[in-house]
Design a protein around this ligand. Structure first.
Ligand SMILES: Nc1ncnc2c1ncn2[C@@H]1O[C@H](COP(=O)(O)OP(=O)(O)O)[C@@H](O)[C@H]1O
Ligand SMILES: [Mg+2]
Length: 231
């Protein structure tokens, strides 16, 4: 076991509007393999910005991001990481509307080594794991919000990533669907031994993680084990 964290942000700065809005103010943060971390903070505190930079969807103005101790810079390196090691789930699901549930999940396997038949089988078993075998042929528009998010989770996990990032994954769901999606995320984290980084403003959900990181005005103002861990 290496002592190196899975992912590290070093002195990450990000501003908008020619520097008038500073979203991240030289932020240092590391995530270990296999831990679940809640990122909490008020709306506008920089949580999504942090997540986008941690997954290479956005670039910092200054500072760097290291994956297993190695600084990741190139766009292609990030794309490769997102295909192989990093899964992302968004509040708005981001499914392709003209593709079925099955095809949305298969898309994540297209650039890999699997043949057509294996892609299809792997996607089908991911859909089965999230409880949607019976919905594989439906379009997103024919599914509920909770079902759409479960497809997005299947898509994010089909490559068996070492880390799953989720930005307010239950933000668009009613409480029943939110609970099902939360349970699925934590069950999958335990099964797959992956890191889970969960952006949420739900403090109750945050306490289900191992660690809580609070962001305020682009800075880490609290970083502690949750009460669940302290117990
Ligand atoms: N593309 C953008 N252009 C201008 N300002 C932005 C952009 N993205 C984020 N911001 C600003 O950066 C700050 C942090 O935003 P964000 O990370 O989305 O917050 P959170 O996810 O915590 O609600 C906010 O002040 C937001 O308005
Ligand atoms: Mg946000």
């Amino acid at each position: 076991m290496s002592a190196e964290p899975l992912l590290r942000l070093e002195q990450v700065r990000r501003s908008f509007d020619r520097g008038h809005i500073v979203a991240l103010k030289g932020l240092d943060l590391a995530f270990k393999a296999n831990e679940s971390v809640a990122i909490v903070g008020r709306s506008g505190s920089g949580k999504s910005c942090l997540l986008n930079i941690a997954t290479g969807l956005d670039r910092p103005d200054a500072g760097r991001v290291l994956w297993q101790g190695r600084a990741i810079g190139e766009r292609q390196e990030w794309a490769r990481l997102r295909r192989s090691a990093i899964g992302i789930v968004f509040q708005e699901f981001h499914l392709l509307p003209t593709l079925t549930a099955q095809q949305n999940v298969e898309l994540a396997l297209m650039s890999g080594a699997l043949g057509r038949h294996e892609q299809s089988q792997t996607a089908a078993s991911a859909l089965e794991r999230v409880g949607l075998s019976g919905r594989a042929g439906q379009l997103p528009s024919e599914l509920s919000g909770g079902e759409r998010q479960r497809i997005a989770i299947a898509r994010a996990l089909v490559r068996e990533p070492a880390a799953l990032f989720a930005d307010e994954p239950t933000g668009n769901l009613d409480s029943g669907n939110a609970e099902a999606v939360e349970r699925l995320l934590f069950d999958l984290q335990a099964e797959r031994q992956m890191a889970l980084v969960l952006v949420t403003h739900d403090e109750r959900l945050a306490e289900r993680c191992d660690r809580l990181v609070r962001i305020s005005d682009g800075e880490v103002v609290e970083d502690r084990p949750t009460e669940r861990m302290a117990a």
